[in-house]
Design a protein around this ligand. Structure first.
Ligand code: HEM
Length: 502
């Protein structure tokens, strides 16, 4: 037998075994009482019914037909979607220990290395320690050390908006990147085209490409990662090496910069500096783990916060009455004219309510990050099999009329009284994997919203109001749109010029 025919025979046997196993799982699941869901096809399951873009909209539709907990099968693997607040909290919060893991990603996780990033790492003692370090560094008490720089960077954003209003999306991205890198590495980067931002954006784009459903066969047939590089169809291995090089650079460049600054005694406060100070003697393994930890912050925090700020601009151009109410409150608090600061937050309840309503209505991470069931479980008499991927359809929960009346309308007032559930309970994820950056996100967005509204009017462009349309990715963004951003008065313009120039 030639080597080629032996290889083909081996691959056919493995494929046959995989297909038989998948068929067995579908057969077995029929006998267990799985949650309801659309009827699967043999072998492929429901994969043809799950849209590759904006799947949260389909999940929300299915809630009407099948209820709040839905079972789908993807190539023999169970996928459970939770589409109401009760199910999400009772499963992912109350039974958090059983659902703290992440599903296996062979290409992005194992071959490129992202399994070491906090967002994708398995839930073990190493991850618990890393989450503790982030929590400590981004606790509401410690965040006050970034308030002065946050206010300054927001004022720099105002200068950019004044000089080049039509490029507001790039300036917002530059502002968020500067605030996030300042807190993660103490580095004040300059704008959206800073080399570090471009590197981080490249990593983000590579990652999104890798995790698109069906992008890489190796995610379905993990043994393929062992085929030699010269094998036919092994191009994905070369690609993985390329992506890994970029990810390694992103992980090491800012970390080494802080290490050098620490040795010279000039490092600014940051998560990386906190870690290097707390762990001066690190094993090689610990060092690598902390590098991944600090590199995760931009990936996890920048895209979501940028999306929400762009949604804010879009919404203001569409809802002038809401804009005026927010400005009236700002004008009352900031009299005689001065710029808002974090110290004003308690006096600006309408701005805080606007933030909550934006988070709810234009939730940037519609299905969050998937969890994994570590063991068999039961909920409302339904069987949840070990190894099932669990998705919380938080977008559906945040648009559920059972939680929020008129859920598709912008009504910040709903959060001026305690009657509506706090959207942060759902927007930042669940249980042992909840977002450790939630207070930081609120800071980034609050100061930008308050400063922009105190100085600028945001109106529809001459070409007409923006269309409410979003890109489709793990994090959704408003599609590029035009609007008019103009200083509210000559006094506002003078204030921008005086305070943004540094
Ligand atoms: C509006 C902004 C943000 C939103 C909507 C958001 C939302 C989320 C969600 C839904 C998760 C997944 C939770 C789960 O698996 O149940 C998450 C995880 C995470 N977020 Fe955020 N986030 C935001 C901003 C930030 C910021 C600014 C940081 C920076 C510190 C950050 C750091 C993280 C990290 C490190 C994780 C991974 C946690 C883990 O897997 O254990 N996030 N975030």
């Amino acid at each position: 037998m030639t080597f080629l025919s032996a290889s083909i025979s081996f691959i056919s046997k493995v494929l046959l075994a995989a297909l038989s196993y998948a068929s067995y799982r579908i057969w077995r699941d029929r006998w267990l009482r799985l949650p309801p869901g659309p009827t699967p096809l043999p072998l492929i399951g429901n994969i043809h019914q799950i849209p590759s873009e904006h799947s949260h909209l389909m999940f929300t539709e299915w809630r009407k037909a099948y209820g709040p907990i839905i079972h789908l099968s993807v190539l023999g693997k169970p996928l459970i979607v939770l589409s109401n607040s009760k199910a999400a909290l009772e499963i992912l919060e109350k039974k958090g220990a059983k659902y703290a893991d992440r599903p296996r990603l062979v290409m992005a996780g194992e071959m490129v290395g992202y399994e070491q990033a906090v967002t994708l790492a398995p839930y073990d003692s190493k991850l618990r320690e890393r989450r503790r370090l982030i929590h400590d560094s981004f606790s509401s008490r410690k965040l006050s050390r970034y308030h002065e720089s946050g206010e300054r960077l927001a004022r720099r954003l105002m200068g950019h908006l004044l000089d080049e209003p039509s490029n507001f999306q790039c300036h917002i991205k530059g502002y968020v990147a500067a605030v996030v890198f300042n807190a993660s590495h103490g580095q004040e980067i300059d704008g959206h085209d800073d080399p570090l931002v471009l590197l981080a954006e490249q990593c983000g784009a590579d990652f999104c490409e890798m995790v698109k459903p069906g992008a890489y066969l190796v995610d379905v047939l993990p043994f393929l990662k062992y085929i030699p590089d010269w094998f036919p169809f092994a191009g994905f291995k070369r690609k993985a090496r390329l992506y890994r090089d970029t990810a390694d650079k992103m992980r090491d460049t800012p970390f080494d910069f802080v290490r050098k600054q620490m040795s010279e005694g000039i490092a600014k406060p940051s998560l990386t500096a906190d870690i290097l100070e707390a762990k001066p003697a690190r094993t090689l393994e610990e060092d690598l783990s902390y590098r991944w930890l600090t590199a995760t912050i931009y990936a996890a925090g920048a895209d979501t916060s940028t999306s929400l700020l762009n949604s804010f601009i879009m919404t203001m151009a569409l809802n002038i009455d809401v804009q005026r109410k927010a400005q009236n409150q700002l004008d009352m608090v900031l009299e005689p004219q001065r710029l808002p600061s974090f110290a004003d937050r308690g006096s600006l309840p309408y701005i805080s309510a606007l933030y909550l309503e934006l988070l709810r209505l234009y939730y940037p991470s519609p299905t969050g990050l998937p969890h994994l069931a570590a063991e068999d479980d039961e909920y409302l008499g339904y069987h949840i099999p070990a190894g099932a991927v669990i998705i919380a359809n938080s977008w559906g929960i945040l648009h559920d009329s059972g939680n929020y009346s008129e859920p598709d309308k912008l009504l910040p007032e709903r959060f001026l009284s305690p009657d509506s559930p706090d959207p942060r309970t759902f927007a930042f994820g669940y249980g042992r994997r909840t977002c450790p950056g939630k207070y930081f996100a609120e800071d980034i967005i609050f100061i930008a919203i308050a400063t922009i509204l105190s100085l600028f009017d945001i109106l529809p462009a001459k070409s007409g109001p923006p269309n409410v349309e979003f890109t489709a990715n793990l994090v959704i963004h408003p599609k590029p749109f035009e609007c008019s951003i103009k200083p509210r008065s000559s006094e506002a313009e003078r204030l921008i010029r005086e305070t943004s120039d540094f």
